[in-house]
Design a protein around this ligand. Structure first.
Ligand code: ADP
Ligand code: ADP
Ligand code: ZN
Length: 217
């Protein structure tokens, strides 16, 4: 199963990806996570990416495509993969198409999570992430048992520096201008499936599962 998760920042891509990859036993490939890891380590890639990520802007295509091209060659992608937050531009989508063709593979589904803008704002500003394992929480909608502590690994929770109201505005604009046009790209290919992302986390997961099993259109 080769899957893309699309949808604006805060739609629930990461949250749903955590569950789907566990079920299908495929790697979760998040370009956002890759940039944050590189930024934390202070690698040349991280230093370059930080200039964009900190402003809520998309990192240039050449950089982003290179990361995904390398990652998809790794052994663990053999049974399939879930791309979360890639592609985000038409050039990235075209590059991805070339990469999977060269691997004699195809993308099975592009899942788009639909969530209203006001709800996205509330989700992003209340999002908290585990420093140790990367699990995602929300202060109101998906709170950990103990405030500030990860249920899974007892790691410390933190707020992403781009999850402020000001940066979120820029990120949503980037999505509308550069990423939303991709919906038509995948609709034309016949693999776009839209799922209501405003329901409970478990309901959204069940609906995604139905789509992946080919049970719903
Ligand atoms: P979210 O989960 O809120 O959608 P991500 O963690 O996926 O955000 O991405 C965080 C930031 O990383 C983006 O705002 C952007 O700067 C950068 N980024 C992630 N994926 C891409 C991509 N495919 N192309 C360009 N920039 C990206
Ligand atoms: P994305 O990866 O698309 O940016 P996340 O999965 O990180 O989105 O979710 C954004 C925030 O919204 C997180 O704090 C998460 O806990 C919360 N969230 C995700 N899905 C739901 C849902 N179905 N209902 C309520 N809150 C949700
Ligand atoms: Zn954790």
């Amino acid at each position: 199963m080769n899957i893309i998760f699309m949808g604006p920042p805060g739609a629930g891509k990461g949250t749903q990806a955590e569950r789907i990859v566990e079920y299908y036993n495929i790697p979760h490939i998040s370009t956002g996570d890759a940039f944050r890891a590189a930024m934390k380590q202070g690698t040349p890639l991280g230093i370059e990416a930080k200039r964009y990520v900190d402003q809520g802007l998309l990192v240039p295509d050449e950089i982003t495509i290179g990361i995904v091209r390398e990652r998809l060659q790794e052994q663990d992608c053999e049974p399939g993969f879930l791309l979360d937050g890639f592609p985000r531009t038409i050039s990235q989508a075209e590059a991805l198409s070339g990469i999977v063709q060269a691997m004699n593979r195809k993308i099975d589904f592009c899942i788009d999570l639909l969530v209203d803008r006001n709800l996205l704002l509330a989700r992003l500003t209340g999002r908290r992430i585990c420093k140790s394992c990367g699990a995602t929480y929300h202060v109101m909608f998906n709170s950990p048992k103990e405030e500030g502590i990860c249920d899974k690994c007892s790691g410390e929770l933190y707020q992403r520096s781009d999850d402020t109201e000001e940066k979120v505005g820029t990120r949503l604009d980037e999505y509308l201008n550069k990423t939303a046009p991709l919906l038509d790209y995948y609709r034309t290919k016949g693999i776009l499936r839209q799922v209501n992302g405003e329901q409970d986390i478990d309901v959204v997961s069940a609906n995604i599962q139905s789509v992946l099993r080919g049970l719903t259109e």
